[in-house]
Design a binder for this molecule. Structure first.
Ligand code: CO
Length: 206
């Protein structure tokens, strides 16, 4: 018995539509992928990477996890970054968070959430680091939203501090790391203006 027939039906329709617009699309795609961008985003179902930025299959390399974290010892995320930078030679990495992130919110709630609380310890590190700024925001939702932004900014730093990105810059590669945030309630992206394109910028030099 076939399960989830609606999804297979949707898939056939989608493949047909793509073929109608470009009959060779899948044939070309099966030969190679040459994306220019690596998206590091949240697993949240309301933040679908390709759709938000209007990119087709083959145009965006993607890594998603709860609360869009880049952890120095996470072999999964690091492997994605390494493959993207060294093999695919992507030019831009965007860490994209979103307002109202459930993972970020859970990180500052008192109640336990099970295993995920271990992962969210990395968000609590950001809270500790930015405690003063966050404690001055009295509205709870605004505090979560600011933490969503600060978390993106911190993860951008984690990306640029990887040996992968530093080695790429040292060898003269053109690579920019961006911090973006998405608002689920209006579908719009915002650039947090924390892009880093070189070792000099990483060190805070002009
Ligand atoms: Co989220």
């Amino acid at each position: 018995m076939k399960t989830l027939p609606r999804l297979f039906e949707n898939n056939r329709k989608w493949a047909n539509q793509v073929c109608a617009a470009d009959p060779d699309f899948f044939k070309k795609l099966s030969r190679q992928q040459a994306p220019e961008f690596l998206w590091i985003g949240c697993s949240d179902s309301r933040v679908p990477a390709n759709e938000i930025v209007g990119l087709l299959p083959g145009e965006l390399f993607v890594h998603r996890n709860v609360a869009n974290l880049v952890v120095h010892s996470d072999i999964n995320c690091l492997s994605v970054i390494q493959y993207a930078v060294q093999v695919l030679k992507i030019r831009h990495i965007m860490v994209c968070g979103h307002y109202g992130c459930g993972g970020v919110r859970a990180a500052i709630e008192e109640c336990p959430h099970g295993l995920v609380d271990n992962w969210l310890g990395h968000v609590r590190d950001v809270v500790r680091k930015r405690h003063r700024e966050l404690s001055e925001i009295s509205d709870a939702d605004r505090r979560v939203d600011r933490l969503c932004e600060l978390n993106v900014i911190e993860q951008v730093q984690n990306v640029v501090n990887t040996t992968i990105v530093r080695d790429a810059w040292n060898s003269g590669a053109s690579l920019t790391v961006h911090g973006w945030i998405y608002r689920i309630s209006d579908g719009l992206l915002q650039d947090l203006d924390v892009s880093v394109s070189s070792d000099r910028e990483r060190d805070g030099q002009p």
